[in-house]
Design a protein. Structure first.
Length: 103
């Protein structure tokens, strides 16, 4: 079983309850088709716009790893909307296995 955590966009979390991410997990589609069994460890946000520093992502990754996450997925909403997506991916790669997408 692969223990997964998702970091999603703080701004999008105000209007999106994460249903597309969870549907992709449940149906094992998109970024989750490569896993046999999935356990969700956490579902957190990036910390919000205006704080585009990688130290906030490192803190989130550290916490999720302490809770047992083996792979961190940076959600599709971050990938498609965030100017710091590349920096977040690079920082997360330093501390964990990472996938840059969800659905």
């Amino acid at each position: 079983m692969t223990k997964i955590a998702i970091i999603r966009c703080e701004e999008k979390s105000k209007t999106c309850p994460g249903t597309a991410c969870f549907k992709a997990i449940r149906e094992k589609t998109a970024a989750f088709e490569k896993y046999d069994n999935i356990e969700i460890i956490g579902f957190d946000t990036c910390g919000g716009c205006g704080l585009g520093k990688t130290d906030k992502i490192k803190a989130k990754v550290d916490t999720l790893k302490q809770k047992g996450a083996e792979v961190i997925h940076i959600s599709s909403c971050v990938k498609s909307n965030c100017p710091w997506y590349g920096s977040f991916m690079e920082e997360t790669k330093k501390h964990s296995k990472v996938d840059g997408n969800t659905h």
